[in-house]
Design a protein around this ligand. Structure first.
Ligand code: AVI
Length: 320
């Protein structure tokens, strides 16, 4: 591990701000190199994630969609019409939009880090649902949740589908959910999707699909890091690794160096031995009981749980 340099030649043009470069640098220089999964989502990464959701192996999206299709009316009855629906990590906004006819929110607040993707999706929704007030917000959900005054407190219902909560460690998940709890009024709530523990062969295949879309999604992070931190990663020198870590109840994704190499970025460099890995993502899988505990630790009360017949995925409504 090489300490950050103060006067090295720039390797490329960095487009991230100083805090972003410092965060990337700290992760790459840690003994076990790691990066935040938020760096998957440049424009190509967001599109690759959409492609993952279409894969036969990636069951969460279609299983959750089937739960919404079967139980959406029941969820809407629990929530009531006229809510302010805050969609955390909205992406292309498709999941929330599919629930609009049942939920009938008065305002929709899609929140995402990928600005272009979000604005494009919100513009399309304005045309499809002119009666709903659309207020897109570009925010990094790994930072404190600070909502602008344009979003009234009363009637807030957060929407956090897709088991994105699984990308936090359980401890960080509680901290995040507690922040959400602090941002809902007395009458508010949270509709959240969570991926459940299951056979590890099913999990392994979902994160290492046969045609390599998830591998491309993981490797694309290196291109994004090149752009953000002026790094010189060559994706051809790395391979995608994903497996279920049973002891931690999580899928781990890594990028593994195919040969010994040195990576440079703005203000830093690191030598990687062949086989050395960068840990790029965790995706925790919960039991219903374990996830219920997490929600109650965050100050929520679960008042609705819906699952598929195989119990692979669950949607819960938690009241303030
Ligand atoms: C966004 N998130 C819930 C996905 C997951 O399943 O953890 C990200 C993902 N990583 C690889 N495939 C999908």
């Amino acid at each position: 591990v090489v300490a950050p340099q103060t006067s090295s030649k720039p390797v490329g043009i960095a487009h991230g701000d100083a805090a972003t470069i410092a965060e990337i640098s700290a992760g790459l220089l840690a003994q076990q190199a790691s990066t935040s999964p938020k760096y998957f989502y440049d424009s190509l990464g967001s599109h690759l994630f959409e492609a993952i959701c279409e894969l036969p192996e990636y069951y969460p999206t279609r299983t959750e969609a089937a739960i919404f299709a079967r139980h959406g009316a029941d969820m809407a009855a629990r929530i009531g019409p006229g809510a302010i629906l805050l969609d955390l990590g909205a992406g292309n906004c498709a999941k929330a939009a599919s629930l609009f006819p049942l939920l009938q929110p008065r305002q929709y607040v899609p929140i995402d880090i990928a600005s272009d993707f979000l604005q494009e999706a919100a513009a399309q929704l304005r045309q499809r649902f002119p009666a709903i007030d659309m207020t897109p917000l570009v925010m990094d959900l790994s930072q404190p949740l600070a909502l602008p005054a344009t979003v009234p407190v009363q009637g807030r219902q957060f929407f956090y589908p897709g088991s994105s909560i699984g990308n936090f460690t359980p401890r960080d998940a509680v901290a995040f959910l507690r922040q959400v709890r602090e941002n809902v009024g007395k009458d508010g709530g949270l509709l959240i999707g969570v991926d459940l523990v299951k056979d590890s062969a099913v999990l392994d295949a979902a994160y290492d699909d046969a045609i390599g879309v998830t591998a491309a999604f993981n490797l694309n992070m290196l291109r994004h890091l090149n752009h953000l931190a002026g790094a010189n990663f060559d994706p051809a020198q790395w391979r995608h690794v994903a497996f279920f870590n049973e002891a931690e109840s999580r899928i781990e994704m890594h990028l593994e160096a195919l040969c010994a190499l040195t990576v440079h970025w703005s203000g830093g460099e690191r030598r990687f031995a062949q086989g050395e890995r960068i840990h790029t993502e965790n995706s925790y899988k919960y039991t219903l009981e374990g996830f219920g505990k997490l929600l109650s630790e965050a100050g929520f009360r679960v008042d609705g749980t819906w699952t598929d017949d195989a119990h692979w995925f669950a949607v819960l409504h938690a009241a303030a």
